[in-house]
Design a protein around this ligand. Structure first.
Ligand SMILES: [Zn+2]
Length: 369
């Protein structure tokens, strides 16, 4: 399994190269252990892979969903080459070692062990690894479009949680607001419409927009932050365009389309005092919050198997809310610590890999035997 993880790290799956190499490593692995898989390719290098251990089908199927892609790695700060898996001090270093090729490799290795053991299963075990989780979730959306299995007991996302059982995380809504104006000579501002002035008017109203009124026990409140702004071309030119990117984080009670309507209402309010105001919203990314019922049977069974008594919330966002749209319970549980993700010298402890396989094996056998 260590070898599989190393191959997956070296099958560089950054946004510029796509996921195809990584999907092919998994396809070869599954084929070597007699598990059927299917790689779906689009745009030359984007890919999803699905593999299934077939069963008698008496019990509902169990779904594992990982992501194939990783964030890029610059040379700075790394002690090793980020894309050469390096074993050192009981750890494997490399981009994606933790997020989330360890989780992906351990689920695949568990399935291989189960297949090899020849045990009779009553539930299909479905492995899916998808593209673009770190950018736009395009892979999971594509996977779900053609996924037709209706009878499922639940899904597990083996993201690095340090073996904590996660049932909730906030959602995100990334918006770009663009104000439009009319260009003119900088010495005659009255002849133009200054898009930066319009943005200023919008932002001072938006400052009062409150996402903290509703509170969730696990997730706290929503939040908003204006994190990027761009406008103007020269000191002496009235700008005709200004754009601002806003990072909104939500809890399950927030309806993302209502938030967009609220922002349109802010536009209308600004227009009342600023007649030449014109603005538009573009959604850059939209992932709902995850809120799995911690008391449902699926979660309860996993608690018993793992000995975990308390479920928790993740500080990060995943593709899990897309899977929850299948109306099944989804939990996030896997090897590796979230703290090393997206940073130089990302690693996973080798001992955690074996531990993950043992726990996934127990989970599969509990639901499928
Ligand atoms: Zn991840």
């Amino acid at each position: 399994m260590k070898e599989l993880l190393k191959k997956l790290i070296e099958a560089k799956s950054t946004p510029d190269l796509g996921e195809i190499q990584c999907a092919n490593v998994l396809a070869d692995f599954f084929s070597s252990v007699g598990i059927e898989s299917n790689v779906e390719v689009w745009d030359n290098n984007r890919a999803n892979i699905t593999a299934t251990i077939k069963s008698t089908g008496q019990n509902p199927a169990l779904l594992f969903v990982s992501h194939l892609d990783v964030v890029p790695a610059s040379k700075q700060g790394w002690h090793t080459d980020a894309f050469i898996a390096t074993e050192q001090d009981g750890k494997i270093f490399g981009r994606g070692a933790c997020d989330m090729k360890a989780g992906m490799a351990t689920v695949a290795a568990t399935m291989a062990e189960i297949k090899k053991s020849g045990v009779n299963l009553k539930s299909d075990i479905i492995f899916s690894a998808t593209a673009g989780e770190e950018t736009d979730s395009c892979g999971i959306v594509k996977f779900l479009k053609s996924f037709s299995v209706k009878n499922l007991c639940g899904a597990l996302v083996p993201e690095p949680t340090g073996f904590e059982l996660i049932t909730a995380h906030r959602g995100l809504l990334w918006l770009e607001i663009t104000t439009k104006g009319k260009t003119a000579h900088g010495s005659m501002p009255h002849l133009g419409i200054n898009a930066i002035e319009s943005m200023r008017a919008f932002l001072s109203e938006f400052e009062h927009y409150d996402l903290t009124a509703v509170k969730d026990k696990l997730l706290g409140t929503g939040s908003k932050s204006v994190n990027k702004i761009k406008g103007g071309s020269a000191t002496n030119v009235i700008p005709d365009k200004c754009s601002a990117q806003i990072d909104i984080r939500t809890i399950a009670e927030h309806d993302h389309s209502e938030i967009q309507k609220d922002i349109e209402a802010i536009f209308a309010k600004v227009s009342q005092s600023k007649k030449d105001f014109s603005a538009a919203i573009e959604v850059l990314r939209d992932v709902k919050a995850l809120k799995t019922n911690s008391d449902c049977k699926f979660v309860d069974d996993i608690k018993k198997i793992t000995g975990i008594t308390q479920t928790t919330a993740a500080p990060f966002t995943t593709d899990a809310p897309f899977i929850a749209e299948l109306s099944i319970p989804v939990v996030i549980f896997g090897p590796g610590s979230g703290e090393t993700c997206h940073k130089p010298n990302e690693y996973v402890e080798i001992a955690d890999l074996q531990k993950a396989v043992e726990i996934y094996k127990k989970i599969i056998l509990h639901f499928a035997k």
